[in-house]
Write a protein that binds this ligand. Structure first.
Ligand SMILES: [Zn+2]
Length: 480
């Protein structure tokens, strides 16, 4: 194996060596279920979905854990606002999460633990932290003492002294140090609460990931992932908790994905500058969202814009058009995937999952295949079988790579049809109108009213619809 991963904690690319030869353990922080997911969430899910798929593709058995944070201030606030229960809010948004993830082709992880179902494990870990002198009780709360943990700040590159001077001095007499964070919180009346050695209360946010990763993956595991915004304080605190409890360094490779920006600002709920996955899918095919996000390296920031999504849709259309043409032309399952493009794909992905480079190679490959296809059509070539073999191997490679990136998974004809429909709706047209105009043009041509026929063609062209006269009838396409 020659996979290199940029490890956030060492700040360099490292050769990936899992704890066990053929098996990878990976934990990724999931969502807090209090609202619909936006494109920023889609990015994190897609990035780790592709990592999950790629690790499997190169032959690992992957144990992938992604949690649901279903107890949190945001959930409580939303429940209060809607005069309903936290349970009702989190159930609702777990349901919409699955709907959205299914539409954008996210594979189900091995385990999807919910925080509320792991309270005993969290209590147990907090007890161990108190015993080891890393945590202290402060009335109904339990606080983690950051000064008790030598490695605090290693992941984020922050030093406790610097952090302290940067902290706004909040008056919280429960904390010995303003950087100390809550492992357990005393709950107010009406809030979700569980029995604990420290009275009725609920867990702090960070402890759930330490307790659940340890339960499903063990005290030490291979990969921990999440958005870059989680490095501090969430992941820093996770290390402090897990390592504090066991004395062992819990995670070998830290992977963090970059943000989706709008006008150079991070897309987020709190800034209000977000687009939900649902909104975007009304206009663009779900795979266009994937292609757009994967066209950038996972650590780079991405500018969200309709223009970029539109372009991604067009690229996708090109691939599906090719695949559609290949149906019938080259038989399935006869060919092995083209080895040259497979090698290029692997070497791009082995370099810290460089999907941007991989897609660049794939686009170039498609251009070559299209020119082979044209050769086959136009020339009286004496090597039709050789060209068909190349096309067959090309198609197989595109589908194989697509499976790893979560692309080209639709039926080509279905994709092309949906694409057309979405686009004409945007152009303010509908299928019937276009068919009527094509009929009127056919009629005009029969009557040799050439000018009228041309006007109809021009009129449609201006609106973005292109007509193509075939032997048996006239078909229409979207101008891309
Ligand atoms: Zn987490």
């Amino acid at each position: 194996m020659s996979l290199k991963i940029y490890n956030s904690i060492s700040r360099q690319k490292e050769l990936f060596t899992p704890l066990e030869k053929d098996r990878v353990t990976m934990y990724v922080c999931g969502v807090t279920v209090y609202d619909l997911c936006h494109i920023g969430h889609a990015r994190a899910c897609i990035v780790f979905d592709v990592i999950y798929r790629y690790l499997q593709f190169v032959g690992y058995k992957v144990i992938y854990v992604r949690n649901f944070t279903d107890v949190d201030d945001k959930i409580i606030n939303r429940a209060n606002k809607e005069k309903t229960s936290c349970d009702e809010i989190s159930k609702r948004y777990i349901k919409t999460f699955y709907e959205d993830m299914n539409s954008i082709g996210i594979k189900t992880p091995t385990h999807e633990p919910k925080a509320t179902e792991h309270i005993p494990e969290m209590i147990d870990m907090i007890k161990r932290l108190i015993d080891k002198g890393h945590a202290y009780q402060a009335s109904g709360d339990v606080m983690y003492s950051v000064e008790s943990f030598q490695d605090y700040g290693k992941l984020s590159g922050k030093k406790i002294d610097e952090l302290q001077s940067g902290v706004r001095v909040e008056i919280d007499e429960k904390k010995n140090n303003p950087l100390d964070f809550a492992l357990w919180k005393d709950s107010k009346p009406g809030e979700p609460a569980w029995e604990s050695p420290w009275g009725m209360g609920r867990p702090g946010w960070h402890i759930e990931c330490s307790a659940m990763s340890q339960k499903y993956l063990g005290e030490i595991f291979d990969i921990h992932g999440g958005g870059k915004d989680l490095i501090f304080p969430h992941h820093e605190n996770e290390i402090a908790q897990s390592q504090g409890a066991t004395g062992k360094k819990p995670i070998n490779y830290w992977i963090h994905n970059g943000f989706v920006d709008i006008n150079k600002e991070k897309m987020s709920k709190s800034l209000g500058n977000f687009f939900t996955i649902r909104e975007v899918m009304k206009k663009y095919p779900p795979e266009a969202i994937r292609l757009f996000l994967l066209s950038n390296h996972y650590r780079s920031p991405i500018d969200f814009s309709n223009k970029n999504l539109n372009e991604a849709g067009i690229v996708l259309h090109r691939f599906y058009e090719f695949l559609d043409l290949m149906n019938g032309l080259v038989p399935d399952n006869t060919f092995e995937p083209d080895s040259d493009i497979m090698e290029k794909f692997k070497s791009a992905m082995d370099d810290d999952f460089n999907t941007a480079l991989a897609l660049g190679h794939l686009n170039e490959f498609l251009r070559q295949l299209n020119s082979i296809k044209d050769q086959l059509k136009t020339k009286k070539c004496n090597d039709a079988d050789g060209l068909k073999k190349k096309l067959g191997e090309g198609k197989k490679a595109i589908l194989r790579i697509g499976k790893v990136l979560g692309l080209f998974l639709d039926k080509p004809s279905g994709f092309l049809e949906n694409f057309k429909e979405k686009r004409i709706t945007e152009l303010g047209l509908n299928k019937n109108q276009i068919e009527e105009m094509i009929n009127a043009r056919t009629e005009a041509r029969k009557n040799k009213e050439w000018q009228k026929a041309d006007e109809i063609r021009e009129g449609l062209n201006k609106k973005g619809v292109v007509l193509e006269d075939k032997a048996e009838k006239t078909i229409w396409k979207i101008k891309l």
